[in-house]
Design a protein around this ligand. Structure first.
Ligand code: NAP
Length: 347
């Protein structure tokens, strides 16, 4: 029975503001790479980790998100941070998984994870695509963009769509789905290089650098002189205020995330409720996990776009477990372009 030293990452204490490298601890434990007879546990070697902004809400002393879903439950200081990723089965007592299977699901910020009862794991069907796609375009980011846009935004062809954090993992896909569907799409991002990428590589109709704008409400008026029909919100705060002020009658605001508010509650959006009432704006929050019923459609549609070169894959990959904290911090300063992933090991 092989016994190895497993390296993993924990938070030292709860994190209630902007995260810093010193908030994270690299720890080791000794684990056996075989399962006890009669156990249905699965031992997974981590290959790729999905780096996600919502994890910061799990790291707080308390947050409403922690009560909403098992995915968003509180992270305990000192314990390995659990996270979505893909890996390879090294041992399994579960009938659905066998040694060397590639799996996706909830593993941990560690080299190996012991997944009790194989809970929240699925065998990956590569479908001819790189493994990393299963934490990016074919993973939760893709499902979030697809379900959020098609199920929640309820688009009509020709409608005007605004997407924030548009060069990020979810945002770039929302913009691309919206363009493929026949909408007019404007995105915003935090650097001029990202803006060029949106317009030149991803086919957005227009894009702007929000950090160069003094007043977001008037910036949005410039980009949408006839108003916004759909706002796909990834950031909250002043961007949400500016978008609501520019929404058309019966406009839809779909609140996917509020990253500008995650690390600073003082930035919370203050919405003009009269705008919302008189323009009959529908503001809807959502969680991708509630939309697994469209997973099949999402995969079929996205694979078809990929096979016909209609959709671009934006991945931003760092290498090595030691780079996980830095990759995570980078989400809050806009370091990433596309889906942030850490490649921990080769299969
Ligand atoms: P991401 O967009 O790839 O990365 C985060 C990006 O947010 C950064 O690159 C940065 O880009 C931008 N950002 C960071 N701080 C900001 C600030 N203070 N103001 C404005 N923009 C800021 O991350 P993602 O995984 O695609 O997630 C996007 C949003 O969706 C997040 O809010 C996340 O929590 C949410 N989400 C929700 C669900 C769900 O089920 N509801 C699922 C997945 C993700 P810039 O260069 O543009 O600043």
């Amino acid at each position: 029975m092989a016994v190895i030293t497993n390296r993993y990452i924990a938070i030292k204490t709860h994190i209630n503001g902007a995260p810093k490298e010193s908030d994270f601890d690299f720890k080791t434990e000794t684990i056996s790479l075989s399962v006890e007879p009669g156990s249905n546990d699965v031992i997974v070697k981590t290959l790729y980790l999905s780096i996600d902004p919502y994890q910061i809400n799990r790291m707080k002393t308390s947050s409403s998100s922690q009560k909403a879903s098992v995915f968003a439950a509180a992270i305990t200081p000192g314990e390995a941070v659990d996270a979505v990723g893909v890996g390879k089965v090294v041992a399994s007592g579960h009938p659905d998984f066998k040694k060397d299977d590639l799996v996706s699901g909830v593993i941990s910020w560690g080299e190996y994870s012991i997944v009790k009862g194989g809970k929240m794991l699925n065998v990956v069907n590569l479908m001819g695509f790189p493994l990393s796609y299963h934490v990016s375009i074919l993973g939760f980011s893709g499902l979030t963009a697809y379900a959020g846009f098609f199920q929640l935004c309820k688009p009509k062809k020709g409608e005007k769509v605004f997407v924030s954090a548009a060069s990020g993992s979810v945002g770039n896909l929302v913009g691309q789905y919206a363009k493929l569907f026949g909408c007019y799409v404007v995105g915003c991002a935090g650097t001029n290089q990202k803006v060029d990428l949106l317009k030149e590589k991803l086919g957005f109709d227009d894009a702007f650098n929000y950090k160069e704008e003094i007043d977001l409400e008037s910036a949005l008026k410039r980009y949408f002189p006839d108003g916004i029909d759909i706002y796909f919100d990834n950031v909250g705060s002043e961007m949400l205020e500016g978008a609501v002020a520019n929404m058309n009658i019966f406009g839809r605001v779909v609140v996917c995330g509020a990253i500008a508010e995650y690390t600073d509650a003082r930035k919370r959006a203050r919405l003009d409720m009269l705008d919302i009432i008189y323009k009959r704006i529908n503001i809807q929050g959502f969680l991708a996990i509630d939309h697994l019923n469209v997973h099949g459609d999402f995969i079929l549609t996205t694979v078809d776009h990929l096979q016909n070169d209609r959709i671009q894959v934006l991945e931003d990959i760092s290498h090595g477990l030691e780079n996980v904290p830095n990759a995570f911090l980078g989400l809050f300063s806009g370091d990433n372009v596309g889906k942030k992933i850490v490649h921990v090991a080769d299969a």
